[in-house]
Design a binder for this molecule. Sequence first.
Ligand code: PEP
Ligand code: MN
Length: 325
Amino acid sequence: MIVTLSKGADGAAVKKQLVARGLWVERLEGAEVVAFQVSPSSRPIDSDELRSVQGVADVLLSAPAHPEVSKQSSIVKVGPHELGPGAPFAVFSGPCSIDSEERIHRLARDLAQAGATFLRGGAFKPRTSPYSFQGYGVEALKWMKQAAKDAGLAMVTECMSEATVDDVAEYADMVQIGSRNMQNYALLKEVGATGRPVMLKRGMAATVKEWLLAGEYLLMHGAGGVVFCERGIRGFDSSTRNLLDLGSVADMAHAKKVAVIVDPSHASGRLDLVPHLARAAKALGAHGAMFETHDDPGSALSDGPQALSVEAAVSLTRELTESRA
Ligand code: PEP
Ligand code: MN
């Protein structure tokens, strides 16, 4: 956004007023008229409010970079469930990898009774090492679908490649795009074309703008809604697995006004911190939380150390959904 000044206006006085309104401004050197460039790190502001500032001649707005995301209704529908501003706080939970038919049925029942809405688990796993467990594939999709259906939960699972889009879309109520694939544009186009709603994780080194543009790809190609999921970005401190960026969650929820959830499991990698971070996410205005649960974390085939026990997950789910604020 660029703010131009009327002829003879006192630049310093106008700048003072802009700063007082929460804008980071820089004077544009060499312009024919006096003008200030407003940084995107500023708070959102109505252009009419700016035009009312004494000394301001005009406000030049650039076209929105992500029109589809901006015009998407902020409520995303997944079957009968709604997610976003004004909708009940949603809990997504389940094991990192679906590792047994019997276990996923039991867990789905327990989570549903506690108040969860989404059964989230992996059939195709993006693992950092090719030697780690890669997921049980289509077999796991079938176990998960039946478990979700029996418990009355919506099923969310990750699609990692164009080759499995049809399989994942056949079973999942909502498709997850993982952090590593946030900028896999060919995949975003294919997943968008299924028409399914999507849970889009933030890339571990992606800016908010890049994250929103990834959502734009999905919606442009037909996705039935996008819910953004903050899962931590790369930090420098190994005391947590990643760095949970709650500032960006507040920006997405309150300034960008899009449906956004928080994943404290992958953000921290620490089961002791998951409940605290989930509460922080809710207090901040996020629309849901996603955390990993396992009935025997020690034998989980992936991400066991960050998985909550069933008891802990049930108690956290109850607490987060209790007031349904
Ligand atoms: C996951 O959700 O299981 C996962 C692998 O997460 P991320 O893509 O955030 O690393
Ligand atoms: Mn995981």
